[in-house]
Design a protein around this ligand. Structure first.
Ligand code: GNR
Ligand code: NI
Length: 213
């Protein structure tokens, strides 16, 4: 089934309407149906990545199940963070786990952030190499504030605040950007960004052609 079912009506889009494979039933109750067993991570040039995600109104069991599915998709990828829009769902949900891998002797440390907001950023900045599951196999250095203070609702819907530095601060900003349709390549020079976009557009055309043959 398509993910159109998840689409809340009237989501503002940065780049015009995305084509939906399945018509949206606007009368259907909005739900995070777990009929989708494995969530698939969408990649460039999918324009859904440019959608501005809508806030979550209620954190119920379905929302929690969806967050668990997101976490599973993130671990499987593998990645250290995932925003709902990366599985085609334009809701303000982020999961992350920046803990070291098991083989390095550290346990899983999953975090669930609903409707996260950056309250404050530090003046000092940090440069870090970033990658994105929606832009596979491309990495580039990005400069961002080194520290952030973030407000969010946790898995239980309780209001929380956290301060972060290091990789967690980078990841939080990267994920919250996704909720606003922003990608890390947007921080690069236009030349580099256009090169990446072109590469993925070309790949997508070739894939479509291969499929048609
Ligand atoms: O797995 C990921 N690694 C990563 C590395 C540096 C900065 C940000 C990230 S997030 C990325 C997963 C992803 O695409 N999240 O949106
Ligand atoms: Ni990403």
């Amino acid at each position: 089934m398509g993910l159109a079912f998840f689409m809340p009506p009237g989501i503002p889009r940065v780049c015009g309407p995305a084509k939906l494979a399945v018509p949206v039933d606007r009368n259907a109750r909005l739900s995070y149906v777990s009929a989708v067993k494995k969530l698939e991570i969408i990649t460039l040039p999918d324009r859904k990545l440019r959608a501005v995600s809508a806030p979550v109104e209620r954190i119920d069991d379905e929302a929690r199940r969806f967050m668990d599915d997101m976490l599973a998709a993130m671990y499987e990828a593998p990645g250290i963070g995932l925003a709902a829009i990366q599985v085609g769902v334009p809701r303000r949900i982020v999961v992350l786990d920046v803990a070291k891998r098991e083989e390095e002797g550290s346990e899983a440390h999953p975090m669930f952030l609903v409707n996260p907001e950056i309250l404050e950023v530090s003046d000092d900045r940090a440069v870090r190499e970033e990658g994105c599951l929606s832009i596979p196999e491309y990495y580039a250095e990005v400069e961002r504030p080194a520290g952030v203070r973030v407000r969010y609702l946790d898995r239980e819907g309780k209001r929380q605040e956290m301060e972060a530095t290091g990789i967690l601060a980078t990841c939080l900003q990267h994920e919250i950007d996704h909720l606003d349709g922003k990608l890390f390549i947007d921080y690069l020079s236009k030349l580099k960004r256009d090169m990446v976009i072109k590469r993925f557009a070309k790949q997508s055309r070739q894939d479509a052609k291969a499929k048609a043959l």
